[in-house]
Unconditional design. Structure first.
Length: 189
């Protein structure tokens, strides 16, 4: 299992969200930790139906692709999720994942509490800070430790790879990933 699990919420292979998360992954690995990116591309992640069954079975009752990701997230010390902005907010499946992972964790010993991480948001133009705030709610209510950086964890890009031209965004994400890594290392001592 990886020290840090990164979830890419983009449906596009080699898109800007995946690019941004690879910047984070490389920085995490520079610190001697292991990191794994799990893509939501091609996966079905339905919305929570509030059935409460996750409290009796340590997984979600819905039969989609979430349960296969849960062990990696549960065992990791760090959790980062990247989302592209669609019409001013995070994609629905990203929020479905965050809400359901949070519910399963909460109903089974609150195993997200104490994990280190945070959200990363990528967009062509607008909606970045509202999307970041929306995603942060799940991290905070789950008792996670969210690391900061030199700015918000956002980056701009439209065409695939264009996010790499956002020098400030790339530096912000590197600093964020370094902070996540350093905190995990300190917590191990």
């Amino acid at each position: 299992m990886a020290d840090v699990v990164l979830i890419s919420g983009s449906p596009r292979a080699n898109g800007n969200t995946e690019y941004a998360l690879n910047i984070c992954k490389e920085e995490i690995e520079k610190h001697g930790l292991t990191a794994e990116i799990i893509s939501l591309r091609g996966k079905q992640i339905h919305g929570c139906i509030a059935c409460g069954k996750c409290g009796t079975q340590d997984c979600c009752a819905l039969q989609d692709d979430l349960n296969e990701m849960l062990p990696a997230i549960k065992e990791a010390k760090g959790f980062i999720i990247g989302a592209p902005v669609y019409f001013g907010t995070a994609r629905g499946d990203v929020m479905n994942l965050l809400q359901r992972v949070s519910m399963v964790a909460r109903k089974n010993g609150n195993w997200l509490a104490g994990k280190v991480g945070g959200p990363v948001v990528v967009a062509r133009r607008g909606g970045l800070t509202s999307t970041l705030q929306e995603m942060l709610m799940s991290f905070f209510i789950s008792g996670m430790t969210v690391c900061g950086s030199t700015y918000w964890n956002i980056a701009f890009g439209n065409a695939p790879g264009e996010v790499g031209e956002d020098a400030e965004g790339m530096q912000t994400l590197q600093t964020f990933a370094a902070n996540v890594s350093e905190l995990i290392i300190q917590l191990r001592k």
